[in-house]
Design a protein around this ligand. Structure first.
Ligand code: KG4
Ligand code: ZN
Length: 351
């Protein structure tokens, strides 16, 4: 089945054309086209995303990216069997641009007498299922050996969310906890701003942290000892603010490294505790913050230290940050288990 996927929940306009096979037992994805038009330069002067600018850019980019997809003789509208579009969570004006574009496309398909379904997807399902993707798209990560993979713990860490999930199977899962205030990516962006680093702050903090001492400043590890699976990152951000206010001769590199260490210690400790409690065979990490190489290394070394039996899955870097291939993957799985979502923008949609 060929899937055209559209993602416009935030500041990336993304369209992908993906072929999905294998059904729910062995979902495999072959990526034909994967375009992401980033709006970073447009939002950067404002230090964050401006919803109406995002909407304007999506309206401009969607037809351009779609044009690039069908320019290729091998990618014809008549071959599309499923259109998957993000319906939330995110910025509603931005989400509507993708939903309306998808609806127009479905009308075009109907006029061409093409049998094509339109399915709404949660952006979070996209991140959750991104562990199934490989860059080449040729091969499934798991080859259907579910009994060796589940139960699993999934951690979604992005600019808008920090969620810990227990998965009994690909389609049966339950939220264990989430952030009570700022998402971890949001904390990276805010601390970066305090350090006069450009938006988005995550990659900038990561770069700077490589040159700093992670033990130079002891920032708090919020909620690390609490027995629940919730998080809180706003206090950590505030302590960075106070540190910068009270210490005039700080080294930016040390602030970045110490902040990053504090945030990652909480994420790793709580995720591994959940893995232990629920006897997880694997851990799936996804979302923009999962692109961070230091986090990847620290997760790996902690797992080796604690129990080398747990398999750790990180998507390729370009499937950590927002993209439409993950929306195609989630669309395929929703389609297979007939999970229907309303085709209306819902800024607060869950999993
Ligand atoms: O998943 P994503 O692209 O969009 C949302 O769904 O929010 O995540 C974006 C977030 C931003 O907060 C960005 O600063 C953070 O991911 N991020 C990183 C890195 N790359 C992106 N955070 C830490 N280290 C990185 N290398
Ligand atoms: Zn995202």
């Amino acid at each position: 089945m060929k899937i055209l996927a559209i993602e416009t929940s935030c500041d990336e306009t993304a369209i992908a054309l993906v072929e999905a096979n294998g059904g729910i037992q062995n979902p495999r994805f072959k990526i034909f086209k994967n375009f992401v038009a980033s709006q970073i330069k447009i939002h950067r002067p404002f230090g964050g995303i401006v919803p109406n600018l995002a909407k304007r850019e999506h309206l401009k980019n969607l037809p351009l990216l779609f044009g690039k997809i069908i320019k290729d003789q091998r990618s014809k509208i008549k071959d599309i069997g499923l259109i998957a579009v993000t319906v939330g969570p995110g910025l509603e004006p931005a989400l509507w641009t993708g939903i309306n574009f998808a609806k127009e496309l479905r009308v075009k398909c109907q006029k061409l007498k093409v049998k094509c379904q339109l399915i709404g997807v949660s952006h979070l399902e996209g991140h959750l299922y991104s562990f199934l993707l490989k860059k080449s798209g040729q091969r499934s990560m798991v080859k259907g050996q579910w009994s060796k993979i589940f139960p699993a713990i999934a951690l979604i860490i992005s600019g808008g969310h920090t969620i810990l999930i227990k998965m009994d199977s690909l389609v049966k899962y339950k939220k264990l906890g989430e952030t009570r205030d700022d998402a971890v990516g949001e904390a990276f962006d805010k601390v970066a701003r305090l350090l006069n680093l450009p938006y988005p702050g995550g990659p900038e903090i990561e770069k700077l942290a490589k040159k700093g001492n992670p033990d130079a400043i002891h920032f708090p590890r919020p909620m690390i000892e609490q027995k629940n699976y919730d998080f809180s990152f706003s206090g950590l951000k505030t302590s960075a603010l106070y540190y910068l206010r009270d210490n005039k001769n700080f080294k930016k590199e040390d602030v970045a490294a110490s902040f990053q260490k504090a945030a990652f210690e909480v994420l790793i400790k709580k995720t591994l505790r959940a893995a232990e409690e629920f006897n997880a065979k694997s851990i799936f990490i996804s979302g923009g913050v999962a692109a961070n190489k230091t986090l990847r290394k620290q997760f790996e070394s902690n797992i080796k230290y604690q129990t080398s039996k747990i398999k750790l899955f990180f998507p390729e870097k370009n499937f950590c940050t927002d993209n439409a291939v993950m929306i195609a993957a989630a669309g395929y799985i929703n389609y297979l288990c007939r999970k229907k979502r309303k085709l209306i923008a819902n800024g607060n949609l869950g999993l």
